[in-house]
Design a protein around this ligand. Structure first.
Ligand SMILES: Cc1ncc(C[n+]2csc(CCOP(=O)(O)OP(=O)(O)O)c2C)c(N)n1
Length: 315
């Protein structure tokens, strides 16, 4: 579906999100059988599962929506542990292949991307200086907004979108950086679009902002001179409408359930929409047949083959 006058295709954005969600999961779990050409078996699963799923779907949503509207944007990601999502997007756009020639748009590239994620001498599990486009390694939450304003200084041609974790926004550094809006919004600097990733949870607890009322949130950001707008990140039309109505001081509050589209629950414990999805939601996928089956169903839910056939240069 085309949103008239906006020049973006909602279906294409949603396909991209689905593609990058699949690849985020695949990077965390799979060392083989990336296209699911046969039922998953234990030997397809990496021996040591290390990565962060919970933040990925929201990152993929934000990246896809922003790229569709502002192809030249600079993207700054607060929670760099959502690296599988960042890496999936760099792969999708071919940005990764510019620096890592093996990251080709075919099965070899897919296998390289997934196998090398969080692997000795391969890619790390977090964004790092070796990631194309990374300007600050991060690791310590809190600096994304200040980094975005810094990157915009004296560069009026720039459009910089910054995704701030709601856990990250509990840090003094991030809250203090909200003041930069009053100091640095000038036509001599680039445009900074802050987006709060309100997925409601940090590592093992709800966030303060996740438990705040909409009124409290709106008043907080208004107090710092922003024009806040709350959107449902899972609604692409709504996201695109917000992007089409940007003002100088717009602050987007993007709601998504943490671990959105992942497994709903494991052994009676809620995963999607809960902090239990923060890292690896099916930690025993290699040794427990029940979790392996859940992983198979999770991966199948994205119908990746259809997306891959459109994407690959192997046709
Ligand atoms: C200053 C600081 N404190 C604590 C940590 C440990 N830490 C890593 S991820 C995380 C939770 C992040 O939550 P959020 O910002 O909401 O990101 P999400 O994964 O939910 O997108 C924490 C506390 C850190 N990296 N930096």
């Amino acid at each position: 579906m085309h949103i008239h006058g906006l020049g973006v295709n909602v279906r294409d954005i949603e396909k991209r999100i689905r593609f990058c969600n699949y690849l985020s999961v695949a990077q965390i779990f799979l060392q083989d059988n990336i296209l699911l050409n046969r039922p998953l078996s234990s030997s397809d699963i990496k021996p040591r599962l290390l990565g962060h799923w919970g933040s990925c779907p929201g990152i993929n949503i934000a990246y896809a929506n922003l790229k569709a509207r502002f192809p030249q944007m600079q993207f700054i990601l607060g929670p760099g542990h959502g690296f599988p999502a960042l890496q999936a997007n760099l792969f999708y756009d071919g940005d990764l292949a510019e620096y890592y020639p093996e990251a080709t748009s075919n099965l070899h590239g897919l296998e390289y991307l997934c196998k090398e994620f969080s692997w000795p001498y391969g890619f790390p599990s977090h964004a790092s200086p070796a990631t194309p486009g990374v300007i600050s390694e991060g690791g310590e939450l809190g600096y994304s907004l200040a980094t975005a304003y810094g990157a915009a200084l004296g560069r009026p041609e720039k459009f910089i979108a910054v995704l701030i974790g709601d856990g990250e926004l509990e840090t003094a550094t991030a809250v203090g950086s909200l003041n930069l809006n009053k100091l640095l919004t000038s036509k001599n600097n680039g445009h900074v679009l802050p987006i709060l990733h309100l997925n409601g949870y940090k590592i093992s607890a709800p966030t303060l902002y996740g438990r705040s009322s909409e009124r409290e949130l709106l008043n907080l950001f208004r107090g710092f001179g922003y024009d806040p707008v709350i959107i449902d990140g899972t609604n692409t039309e709504e996201f695109q409408m917000a992007l089409s109505e940007l003002k100088t001081n717009t602050f987007i509050i993007m709601k998504t359930p943490k671990g959105f589209t992942g497994p709903k629950e494991l052994d009676g414990k809620k995963l999607e929409g809960n902090c239990a999805s923060h890292q690896v939601p099916l930690p025993k996928a290699k040794s427990d047949p029940k979790q392996l089956k859940m992983l198979q169903e999770w991966l199948e839910s994205y119908n990746f083959k259809e997306l891959y056939d459109e994407f690959t240069d192997e046709r």
